[in-house]
Design a protein around this ligand. Structure first.
Ligand code: NAP
Length: 484
C-alpha cells in the first residue's frame, strides 16, 4: 500500500527563532522530510528570522547541518538537500525592535498561505504579534504557531491568549502539542470511533482503570534552567498528559472537525474532579556515583521543583464515574517508555476455574519508543493438558497489512506543520482548552507552594517514589512495568 501525499498550495513559513534549538532539532528536519515526500514543492519558502547576524548562505549552512544531524535519511539528503536549501532564506530581525521588519515585510508575496512559527520564548509573543500587524504582514490567510509552555498558570495563559487575540482570530492560532501529532494518538481516535467493537465497552462498566505513563530515562540535561521553573506538572502534565486523557475520555464528536473535537476535549477537562492532596505524588531524582541528582543538575541545592508527578484523576460524568485515570510522568526513570493502557475489568465469572488464572484485556497504546497499538486477549494455551489460559498481544497497527511504507509515516512535527499549512486545527489546542487545563492543575501546584511541600526523593533508574506505587496498590491495582 502506497502512502498518500496530499499536495499543498505554495506557502511561506517564517520561523521566528529560526536559529534556536527547536528549529534545529525539530522544525527544519521535519520540513526537509516533507520536502523529500514531495509536499513542499510549488515554490514553498522557509524564512528563518532571529537577531543573530548572518546572511542567507550562512543560514543555509546552519540548516544543512541541522538536517544532517537530525534526519537519518541519508539517501534523501544526498538527492534533495541542495534543492531544499534553495527554498530557504534568512532575515536578521529583533522581535523587540524595528530592525529587520521592513526587510521581512518586503519578502512577503500576496495570495499564498503565510504561517509564522513563534519558536521563541512566550515573552516575545506579544511583540511578534504586534509587529506583524504594524508591518502589515497578517491577512485572513495568515496563521501563527505557538509552542509550549503556554503560560505557567491560568492567569498567565489568559494574558497570552488576550495578547494573541488582539491581533488574530482563534481560527488563526495554532497552539502546538506534538503528542497530538503522533500517529498512534490519531489511531486511537480511529480505533475508538471507526469501529463498532470498542465504543460500547468504553465506559466505567467495562473499563477498570486507565494508566498513562510518560517516562524518560534521561535527566533535565541542558534544559535545567527552564525546567526548574516549570517542573513535571507544568512541563508534561498540564499539556501532553491531559491531552492524552482527553482523547481517551471524550465523547464521540459529531464530526472529525476542529471545533467538534475540541468541544468534546474541553468537556472532559471541565468534568475532572478536583484532586485531593492524597491522590498526588511528586518526586525528585537522586544521583548515582556516575550521574548527578536533580539538585546538582539544576545547580540549586534547595529547589523544590518536581521531576516526577503521579496523579489519580477522576472524571465526574456518566461515562467515567468510578473509573480512575492514573497518570505519571518523570525523568531518570527505569526506561524511556510512554504508553496509555486501558485496563478492562475481569470477566464476571470464570468458567475455567482457579487454575486458569486471572486474565483480562488490556488495550495498550505505545507512544514511544516503537509507536504501536496492541490488544491483549486471552486464549487457550496450545497443546493437550486441559484448559490453560494465556494472554497474547494482538497487534493493531497491522504494519504487515499496511505495508512497509508505514514506517515512513510522518513524525509529529511534520504532520502538524502541514496541518497548519492546510488550515486544519483539529490537532491543536484551543485557547479555552488550555485555560481549562490550567484551571485544573493550578490548585494542585498552589497547594504544594502554600504548604511548602518538598518532593519525595527517588532513585535514578527506579519507577519513581514508592508513594506513587502506593497510589495504585491501595486501590488493589498496580502500575504496568516501565519498559520500551
Ligand atoms: P532557544 O534555543 O533559546 O532559541 C531561541 C531563538 O529565538 C533563537 O533563534 C534566538 O536567536 C531567537 N530570539 C531570541 N530573542 C529574540 C528576539 N528578541 N528577536 C528575534 N529572535 C530572538 O529556544 P528553543 O529551545 O528553540 O525554544 C523556542 C520555543 O519553543 C520556546 O518557547 C520553548 O519553550 C519552546 N519549546 C522548545 C522545545 C525544545 O525542544 N527546544 C520543546 C518544546 C517547546 P537570537 O538570540 O540570535 O535572536
Amino acid at each position: 500500500m502506497v502512502s498518500r501525499v496530499i499536495p499543498v498550495d505554495p506557502f511561506d513559513l517564517i520561523i521566528f527563532g529560526g536559529t534556536g534549538d527547536l528549529a534545529r532539532r525539530k522544525i527544519l528536519p521535519a520540513l526537509f522530510r516533507r520536502f523529500c515526500a514531495g509536499q513542499m514543492g510549488n515554490g514553498a519558502r522557509v524564512i528563518g528570522a532571529a537577531r543573530g547576524e548572518m546572511d542567507t548562505e550562512a543560514y543555509r549552512d546552519f540548516v544543512r547541518d541541522s538536517v544532517l544531524e537530525f534526519d537519518d535519511n541519508a539517501e534523501c539528503a544526498a538527492k534533495n538537500l541542495d534543492s531544499f536549501l534553495n527554498q530557504i532564506s534568512y532575515v536578521t530581525l529583533d522581535a523587540r525592535g524595528d530592525a529587520g521588519w521592513s526587510e521581512l515585510a518586503g519578502l512577503m508575496m500576496p495570495g499564498r498561505v503565510r504561517a509564522f512559527y513563534f519558536s521563541v520564548g512566550p515573552g516575545l509573543f506579544g511583540d511578534l504579534a504586534t509587529r506583524l500587524h504594524e508591518y502589515d504582514m497578517a491577512d485572513a490567510d495568515t496563521r501563527i504557531v505557538v509552542e509550549k509552555p503556554f503560560g505557567r498558570d491560568l492567569e498567565t495563559a489568559k494574558a497570552l491568549n488576550a495578547i494573541l487575540a488582539r491581533h488574530f482570530d482563534e481560527g488563526q492560532i495554532y497552539r502546538i502539542d506534538h503528542y497530538l501529532g503522533k500517529e498512534t494518538v490519531q489511531n486511537l481516535m480511529a480505533i475508538r470511533f471507526g469501529n463498532m467493537l470498542f465504543e460500547p465497552l468504553w465506559n466505567s462498566q467495562y473499563i477498570d482503570h486507565i494508566q498513562i505513563t510518560v517516562a524518560e530515562s534521561g535527566g533535565v540535561g541542558k534544559r535545567g534552567g527552564y525546567y526548574d521553573k516549570a517542573g513535571a506538572m507544568r512541563d508534561m502534565m498540564q499539556n501532553h498528559m491531559m491531552q492524552l486523557l482527553c482523547l481517551i475520555a471524550m465523547e464521540p464528536p459529531a464530526k472529525f472537525d476542529p471545533d467538534a473535537v475540541r468541544d468534546e476535549k474541553l468537556k472532559v477537562i471541565r468534568a475532572l474532579d478536583p484532586v485531593p492532596s492524597g491522590d498526588v505524588v511528586r518526586g525528585q531524582y537522586e544521583g548515582t556515583a556516575q550521574l548527578q541528582g536533580y539538585r546538582n543538575e539544576v545547580e540549586s541545592r534547595d529547589t523544590q521543583t518536581e521531576s516526577f508527578v503521579a496523579i489519580k484523576a477522576q472524571i465526574g460524568n456518566w461515562r467515567w464515574a468510578g473509573t480512575p485515570f492514573y497518570m505519571r510522568t518523570g525523568k531518570r526513570l527505569r526506561d524511556r517508555a510512554s504508553e496509555i493502557a486501558v485496563v478492562f475489568k475481569h470477566a464476571p465469572h470464570s468458567i475455567f476455574g482457579m487454575e486458569a488464572g486471572s486474565h483480562r484485556n488490556i488495550l495498550t497504546i505505545r507512544l514511544q519508543p516503537n509507536e504501536g497499538i496492541e490488544l491483549g486477549v486471552t486464549i487457550k494455551e496450545p497443546g493437550p493438558g486441559g484448559m490453560r489460559l494465556v494472554d497474547v498481544p494482538l497487534d493493531m497497527t497491522f504494519a504487515e497489512a499496511l505495508g512497509d511504507d508505514q514506517t515512513d509515516s510522518p513524525d509529529a512535527y511534520e504532520r502538524l506543520i502541514m496541518d497548519v499549512v492546510r488550515g486544519d486545527q483539529t490537532l491543536f489546542m484551543r485557547g479555552d482548552e488550555v485555560e481549562a487545563a490550567w484551571r485544573w492543575t493550578d490548585p494542585i501546584i498552589k497547594s504544594w507552594e502554600d504548604k511548602n511541600i518538598a518532593p519525595i526523593l527517588y532513585a535514578t533508574g527506579s519507577s519513581g517514589p514508592d508513594d506513587a506505587l502506593m497510589l495504585m496498590h491501595r486501590d488493589g491495582r498496580r502500575w504496568r512495568e516501565i519498559k520500551p
